[in-house]
Design a protein around this ligand. Structure first.
Ligand SMILES: *Cc1c(COP(=O)(O)O)cnc(C)c1O
Length: 371
């Protein structure tokens, strides 16, 4: 269907820089500059600087970034890793791929993030790490989580796939724990032209370890010192990401402006929003609204040409892939309720006020017809 308000606008992400980007990619193509080139290193340096971290290692995807982070921390069979029930599949799949056991805690009903109060009771002698997910572009309360991690000697991995550039008191999401993981999937705030990801860390030794693990376990050519994956950031994707990185903060500002407009224009309706927090910059990867009439509202928006979607309709604990863990529908009631009651309104940095108003008018009309 032809949408009036879309979720993505890729031409706007390239702007005037498309031709120069195509020129450098063209040079790479004819020169055979494909694997772990200077372009990859230069993006890694730029992204580390952007986050404020010492090291960045580019990977093939955000999922692989999580797997590599767990492997580098030596987490595997017999270990437990705590994360939240209302995350994207990849956070939990990564834990399973290294052979560790995911331990879920429920979401907090206002922040739509992990309920930190439930973490301590979930810690056992086997717990090795916590994966904190800065979901929808909002930072987890990291001070509380880091204090718990210190008390129990746990590692902290941040899944920052939805929160490039989100900050708490100036410190970037992904730069609080041991390792921060990012995705540059085309849907994310910083988008590659395909799959791509990265980790950041201040620990040079861990970064070196991840460089070995992403490149077939090699410490030098044909010297395989560890059981590694093949998961390097692609050189062409590094070019695309470098061309966009300089505008990410501006785009995040624009995202916040669109979100603020939504919140003020939707005031007074039977809708709630992901709670804002003080001293932090939410980067609104997704703009969630919550209502008991979610399915009807979604149908109304979509039939009016508004590209609204549900993220995520089926929570982790009832996904077939994780059936072996024996979780049942009632285990995580907040995650279950969020999955049933939230939807995402389209939010793009380049969205103009008329588009935002059109979406808001459509939401208002829906509730007017029903009152
Ligand atoms: C997108 C995403 C991932 C996975 O990233 P890919 O690059 O698609 O592998 C992991 N966690 C969260 C929260 C995500 O949104």
């Amino acid at each position: 269907m032809n949408m009036k308000v879309n979720r993505y606008n890729y031409p706007s992400q390239f702007g005037d820089e498309l031709q120069s980007l195509l020129n450098v990619i063209g040079d790479d193509l004819v020169n055979g500059h494909y694997i772990l080139t200077e372009a990859v290193e230069s993006f890694e340096t730029a992204f580390a600087n952007y986050i404020g971290a010492t090291c960045c290692v580019g990977t093939n995807s955000g999922t692989d970034a999580l797997i590599l982070a767990l492997l580098a921390l030596g987490i595997g069979p017999g270990d437990e890793v705590i994360t939240q029930a209302n995350t994207f599949y990849a956070t939990v799949a990564a834990i399973c791929f290294v052979g560790a056991t995911p331990i879920l805690v429920d979401a907090e009903p206002h922040a739509y993030l992990m309920d930190v109060g439930q973490v301590e009771p979930a810690i056992t002698a086997r717990t090795k790490a916590i994966i904190a997910v800065h979901l929808f572009g909002k930072c987890m309360p990291m001070t509380r989580l880091l204090a718990l991690a210190e008390k129990y000697q746990l590692r902290v991995i941040e899944d920052a796939a939805q929160s490039h550039g989100a900050r708490i008191d100036g410190r970037a999401a992904g730069h609080f724990g041991d390792i921060g993981c990012y995705s540059f999937h085309p849907s994310k705030n910083l988008a590659a032209a395909g799959d791509a990801g990265a980790i950041v860390t201040d620990d040079r030794h861990l970064a070196e370890q991840i460089k070995i693990l992403r490149a077939l376990g090699q410490s030098g050519q044909n010297r395989h010192v560890a059981l590694g994956m093949n998961s390097k950031l692609d050189a062409i994707q590094a070019r695309v990401l470098s061309a966009k990185l300089g505008r990410l903060d501006h785009w995040n500002d624009q995202r916040r402006a669109v979100a603020a407009h939504y919140i003020s224009r939707l005031d007074g309706l039977p809708l709630s929003f992901q709670a804002p927090a003080e001293h932090q910059d939410h980067v609104y990867h997704l703009f969630q609204v919550r209502t008991e009439q979610r399915d009807a509202l979604l149908a109304h928006l979509q039939s009016s040409g508004i590209d609204a979607v549900i993220r995520y309709p089926t929570p982790i604990h009832v996904q077939e892939a994780f059936a072996a863990f024996g979780w049942t529908a009632g285990d995580f009631p907040v995650a279950q309720a969020l999955a049933a009651q939230t939807l995402c309104l389209p939010l793009r940095p380049d969205m103009n006020i008329d588009e935002v108003d059109l979406v808001c008018d459509c939401v208002r009309a829906f509730f007017r017809e029903r009152s």
